[in-house]
Design a protein around this ligand. Structure first.
Ligand code: GLC
Length: 539
């Protein structure tokens, strides 16, 4: 029973978000690619996990150059995934379970096949020319044609693509097939706000907003400063600091418009994908009078090494950076990052699950992490990720985190599809799958369910205050408190047993161990995470 205290918080503060990557959740029509009807069929799994909301990566018509992050129609459904009717059915089924549904809004760029871009590139005086960012070439010292500035695409190479027909370059922060939209154009702005209205009117509960900090570029498009530390072994994107191509004040103003619109529909949420240092990240909350996104994604756990002193520092830095009105959030995996179990191993991935679900703030879980899927080898001829194909050898590949959900060990293709899936399954799918883990009380799935259930029961975990008690070489200990409820979380990030509480802390019963079995009194076993009750402060 959720307490009145937790109920005083909006759902997106006390709840948990689960990310579904639609191509890889469940195929229902035998083409090897997941779809909306498949997601509907597997809602039982999502419901039984105990999360509150689903975020779907893009499901809109797309040539799939960047697997849906190249949108050719913002108000339709990609036929591979189904139809608008399928979507409405899925939304109703999600709501019938008491869950929320968030879509992925991709405002920085469309597909080059979007009718807007086709018009825009048709001639220099087309009415939609200015909906994208077109510039004349710079003429070099030997009369050669050069791009308008030194900006680099996040996927490598110049961010400018030459268009022979109209004799200008267009800007693309990602692939050339993803031309950047011009948010300084009022008509484009209106059209993109209408997109939000279209989905809000259909009843979606909010949006995850793709690369939000990219949407406006500095006036005049000045060069980005060079990064003196860059070497050719690094990601090409990092050759420059993206100060002029991202994080502009005008983007905050537009985000305030998004928020006003969302708020006019009531209880909706906006989550911004933003990669910035804390002090700039938290600016995206806006102010109480002029709010921006509810949750600017916090990727600190993805971007930093897994050790106790680092974790303690990044948690405290983040907490300290938050404005009083900013609700925190945490992420350990998504479709762009290596799987947590691949990064730190399965034993520590269990500890990471406990950390994610006991920190103060809204957690976002990524499909498949609840099974502990780790490294999935992708044979060179099976690589799909366009970023990996453009910069091979840099190890930037996103495919290993995008492989299909293994549902059963006793069906072809793990029950994901009747056809060979678009990416290979995890090699251990016969033993690592949903059905198998449902039968095993010691499984990663059982741990996730137990953590989510405890979080639901205990307001201290969902919305309580955070207090760091101890961070030593291999140990992280903190409290979560709300009213009389005081819980202690103790995580052993190492391979040796450790005492879990400083002498003075009076601990009560263990509520959950990542290892199961019988915890040893006062001791954290190797790779163990514990949640314990604490005696009231005054007792
Ligand atoms: C975001 C998405 C990523 C995509 C990129 C360009 O970072 O998460 O998958 O490639 O934006 O849209």
């Amino acid at each position: 029973m959720a307490s009145t205290l937790a109920m005083g918080h909006p759902w997106w503060e006390r709840g948990v978000v689960y990310q579904i990557y639609p191509r890889s959740f469940q195929d229902s029509n035998g083409d090897g690619v997941g779809d909306l009807a498949g997601i509907e069929r597997r809602l039982e799994h999502v419901g039984s996990l105990g999360v509150d909301a689903i975020w779907l990566s893009p499901i809109f018509p797309s040539p799939m150059a960047d697997f849906g992050y190249d949108v050719a129609d913002y108000c339709g459904i990609e036929p591979l995934f189904g139809s608008l009717d399928d979507f409405d059915r899925l939304l109703a089924a999600v709501h019938a379970r008491g869950l929320k549904l968030l879509l992925d809004y991709v405002p920085n760029h469309s597909s080059d096949r979007h009718p807007w871009f086709i018009e825009s590139r048709s001639s220099r005086d087309n009415l939609k020319r200015d909906w994208y960012i077109w510039r004349d070439p710079v003429i070099g010292p030997d009369g050669e044609r050069l791009p308008p500035n030194n900006w680099i695409s996040d996927f490598g190479g110049s961010a400018w693509e030459w268009d022979e027909a109209t004799g200008q370059y267009y800007l693309h922060a990602f692939l050339a097939q993803q031309p950047d939209l011009n948010w300084r154009n009022p008509e484009l702005r209106r059209a993109m706000l209408d997109v939000l209205r279209f989905w809000l009117d259909r009843g979606v509960d909010g949006f995850r907003i793709d690369v939000l900090w990219h949407i406006v570029k500095a006036e005049g498009l000045p060069d980005n400063p060079l990064n003196p530390l860059w070497t050719p072994r690094d990601n090409e994107r990092d050759r420059v600091f993206q100060v002029n191509s991202t994080d502009q004040p005008e983007a905050h103003a537009i985000t305030r418009e998004f928020r006003q619109l969302a708020d006019s529909y009531g209880d909706r949420v906006l989550i911004g994908e933003i990669f910035l240092p804390n002090e700039r990240l938290v600016a995206w909350y806006g102010t109480p009078d002029a709010p921006e996104v509810h949750l600017p994604f916090n990727f600190a756990l993805i971007e930093n090494p897994w050790d106790a002193p680092t974790l303690a520092r990044l948690i405290l830095d983040y907490e300290a950076a938050l404005p009083p009105w900013g609700w925190p959030n945490w992420v350990i995996g998504n479709h762009d990052s290596p799987r947590i179990a691949a990064r730190i191993g399965e034993a520590q991935a269990r500890v990471a699950a406990m950390l994610l679900l006991t920190l103060r703030g809204t957690p976002t879980l990524y499909q498949g992490d609840e099974l502990g899927i780790a490294e999935v080898p992708i044979p060179p001829d099976a690589v799909q990720d366009p970023r990996e194909l453009r910069q091979p050898g840099l190890g930037l590949g996103r495919d290993p985190a995008r492989t299909p959900m293994p549902w059963r060990g006793d069906e072809a293709h793990a029950g994901f599809s009747t056809a060979p899936p678009w990416l290979p399954l995890n090699p251990d799918w016969r033993t690592r799958n949903v059905a198998g883990q449902e039968r095993d009380p010691g499984s990663m799935l059982a741990l996730y369910r137990a953590l989510l259930a405890l979080r639901r029961e205990r307001p201290a975990l969902a919305v309580g205050a955070f207090g760091l008690i101890e961070a030593s070489e291999h140990k992280l200990v903190y409290t979560r408190t709300s009213g009389d409820e005081r819980l202690l979380v103790a995580l052993n990030l190492g391979q040796a047993p450790l005492p879990y509480a400083p002498e003075s802390t009076r601990t009560g019963p263990v509520l959950l161990s990542t290892l199961g079995g019988t915890p040893e009194p006062g001791i954290l076993r190797p790779d163990e995470g514990l949640i314990l009750e604490l005696e009231p402060a005054s007792a």
